[in-house]
Structures are given as C-alpha cells and as structure tokens.
Design a protein around this ligand. Sequence first.
Ligand code: UD1
Length: 343
Amino acid sequence: MAKILVTGGMGFIGSHTVVELLEKEYEVLILDNLYNSDKKILHNIHQITGKMPQFIQLDLLDEQGLDTFFSQNTDIQAVIHFAALKAVGESVRLPLKYYKNNLDSLIHILEMMLKYEIANLVFSSSCTVYGQPDSLPVTEQSPIKKAESPYGNTKQIGEEIIADTVQAYPQLRAISLRYFNPIGAHKSGLLGELPQGIPNNLMPFITQTAIGLRDNLKVYGGDYDTLDGTCVRDYIHVSDLAKAHVIATERLLAQKNATNLEYFNLGTGKGNTVLEVIQSFEKTTQQKLKYEIVHRRPGDVVKIYADTAAANQVLGWHTEKNLDDMTASAWQWEVNYRKQQAE
Ligand code: UD1
C-alpha cells in the first residue's frame, strides 16, 4: 500500500485521518512538532487500529531536518498537510508568527515534494476563505472575500501558493479541502480535540464547561438575523471529515483529478445555530450547560453553510453523522480524557 506522509498527524483532524488511513492499510508517516498535541495520541491511535504509525517529531520550519527526513523516505507517494497554527485571536495579536509558521512550512513541503518527486498534496483549507458569503449555501465558486484574520489569510495565501506552484510544475497535483466547523471525536473516545489553555472554539468550550473546567459558556450574540438570534455554522463530524482526506488522496493517487488543483467544501450542507448545538449537547449527554448570551464576537460571520454537491458527486463522499453524534462523541472524549489525566 502507498506510503502517506501526514504533517500535523497528531492534531485533532490529523489524528482522525491517520486512523482512517491505517484502517485502509496505508502506511503512514507522521511529522508533528507536538506544539498543539500530546505524544499520548500515538498510543491511542495504536489502541484503535492495532497499528503504530511511524512518528517523527519535527518542526516544518527546520529545513535541514526536513531534507534529511525526505531523503530517507523517498518512497512517499502523497502528503496530507495539516500542520498549522489555527487560533484566530492569537493570529491577530501575533500575525508574523502565523504567516511565518503556516506559509513557510507549506513552502518547505512544496519544495521537498518537488525535490523528491512526490506528486500528490492534500491541503487543509477552511471555509474562512469565503468570509461572510453574499449567498448561501457557499459553493467552491463563491467569491473569496478579504480574510478576517491573519490566520484566515494564511489559508487564502496558502491556496494561492499551491495554485502558482502546480501551474509552474505540472507534475504536482493538489486538492484543497475547505472545512466548515469540525467538531466531535472518534467513537472510541480515544481521540478528540485538545485545545491549549482556554478554548476559542465552541465545542471544546461547551464540554469543558460541562465538566467544570469553565464557569459558563458565553454565547456571542443573541440578536443576529437567524432562527434564534445566534450565529449559524455548518458543523461536521471530524471522522466524516477525516474520511474525505482518504478519498481525496486516493483520487490523486489514481490520477482521477480533473485539474491540477481542485477545491472541495467539506460540511454537511446544513446550518445550525449555537443554541441548537447547546440543545443537542444537553439532550445527548443529559448535562445541564451553564451559559449566557453576551455581546457579539468581533469578526464572526453571521451565517455560513456549505454546498456539498461537488464533494458528494465528484469525490463520492457523504457525511454519515449528525449533530447529536457530534455533541455526544465530543462529550465522551472530554470525560475519557479527564479520567485518563486523573489516573
Ligand atoms: C473559527 C474561525 C475559522 C477557523 C475555525 C477553527 C473565525 C471567524 N473563524 O470558526 O476560521 O477555521 O475557528 O479554528 O474566527 N461561540 C460562542 N462562544 C464561544 C465560542 C464560540 O458563542 O465561546 C460561537 C461563535 O460566535 C460562532 C460559533 O460559536 O458562532 C462557532 O465558533 P467557533 O467554534 O469559534 O468557530 P468559527 O468562529 O466558526
């Protein structure tokens, strides 16, 4: 089976993708600097799959280290590039850290792929490239809006860097996957989201509040023009998302791509409000969540959800899990993880 390199393979989406790849018998190499993950995850991947991927702790900014790694692994056939910083607020305070990390690491990966003749790249992009769309649902052809944050801009520029590179080097093929809001956790309860410090994102904030680590959840804005006044997002189960990476990789390996750079939205196609997520969480977990509605959060888009026709029809990918599966699994992970920590 093909050998696949997964950068950031110890992270939230990366680790779930590694599991899906191993379950399909791919040989997996993980490069991760463990900046935002835990080495224990490797153990958990092994527990789920019975297989141990090769893990190399390496920062993608370390060009020398990267060259050595690639020179020793010349049989890699595809790269799935997750490794990146992703905290929107931090990116506003520390823009250079984000530009340097997310863009230099992408450039280094592309350089290595060219040097060592690896043709296939799957790139982690985001629905953030669409900003607040003029019409919904958003398709891959919807206009790219000015990025709301340096983080968002690294995804836009990242896509441009890849577009220019595949144009100049037609031997390279890439698929850019634009994620909507990935939440939930692996059904084993052994993999999930592990935010550092106080979570910025909704789902980990909910589970950490319910488990008693946070006093209450602040719902940002209750007066938007939506069903119940709170923002609408397209939440997608991380395992569904992970499976799309395997399919995209296989499409590249089989050279079934229609152009050298393809884009796909990955969401469920369904929008849910913040209050609907809370209701689902309370229903599936029987936990009462403490929350209050506060001021709007600067930079939030009001409403966004995906048109998933391209991913459904071209990739043949469909989501299997609903919002209740997402909230229930996120809670199972939180409970398991805290128990593990206490032992
Ligand atoms: C954010 C980023 C997006 C990034 C994604 C993953 C923005 C504009 N977008 O998405 O680019 O890819 O994170 O890191 O920042 N909410 C609360 N209370 C909270 C946290 C969130 O009410 O404590 C609400 C938000 O207002 C929003 C929804 O929950 O309506 C989802 O927020 P979040 O999980 O942070 O994701 P996004 O902002 O959609």
